[in-house]
Ligand binder design. Sequence first.
Ligand code: ZN
Length: 373
Amino acid sequence: MNGRQTNPQNNRVPAQRPQSGGTPAKRPQGTPPRRRRRFRFKPNKEGMQALLILVLLAALIITVLVLTIKGIINAVTSDPESTTTAATTTGETSTEPPVVAAWRDGYVNEIRPNTDVAVGDLILVNFEHSYPLTDAIKSKLTSLSADKAYGEYFVLREFEMKIRGEIITELRQMITDLVTAQSTLGTSKDGDRVIIVSGHRTTDYQQNLYDNQVTENYVAIPGHSEHHTGLAVDLKVYTSKQKTVEFREDEQAWMEANCANYGFVVRYDGAKFELTGILDETWHFRYVGKPHAQYMTDNNLCLEEYLTMLRTHHNVDSEAPLTYTTADATYEIYYVPASVSETTDIPVPKADSVTAIDISGDNMGGFIVTVTK
Ligand SMILES: [Zn+2]
């Protein structure tokens, strides 16, 4: 190659390289000796061009190779770098005292066992979350046939029907007010009355219902029914002709407008089937507690949506709890995730600074604190 400039006299050698570009006259292929000579001499213009292009191409290929290798090396080394940076940052943050949101300045910790995540008015029970205490809560149930409004304001599909003791007062009041407000409903057997079609259900009972359901997506899988909690009731009308029918328009409208005032929500809106897994059930009422029922109703949120909102936007580390004012009081509501140990420290205001503090599990790994101001 060094000889290429020292033999200018030979200009007959064809530039055979395809890279030579240009439009040289066609030259016949040389004989073997010619080819050897061609190798030694490239002084003419075309040859020089070809060489230059060759050199440039080689340089280009080398550059590309170098850059590629550099890129690979950078990619390999930059990951650990960024990880290290992040880890360092995290490390620095964690060595400092945890940042406490200003709104819970002065709060104290209340310790709860993590098993309490399944306890409370706000527990979520659906196709994704089963209820672990179905048969364990029997002692907390109360017989509906023993209630003072039984017979006069409501009847029962089954005499043995039970419900959570702590919601009987609200349920009775709601039914009594419904009957009082609706001229279509009477209080004697000569008139139509409310019938409680379903209250608490055992797992076996739900299994039987599930196995015998006529239409899919109305009966929850055993273990996944809200009726296991004793916090849900199915309400319909028992006519003077002893037939069970759904609420008529006025009765349904009254229930939808007022049930939240007693802490209940119309739990299954067909439009939210994707979230609840249950089709429209106008008769199924679920107790969640007053401020929650009112907020959910006012904002058209099903329980799944409401709990997600609290967990996402109103948790202990959020800028603020959910503040909600009803006719009765102002409430602060926030979410606390259960810890990985056996108990969870739940920050709450000092008891003497507020009217009431209620803690409910969400049956999904966290607690909801409701502070009545
Ligand atoms: Zn139901």
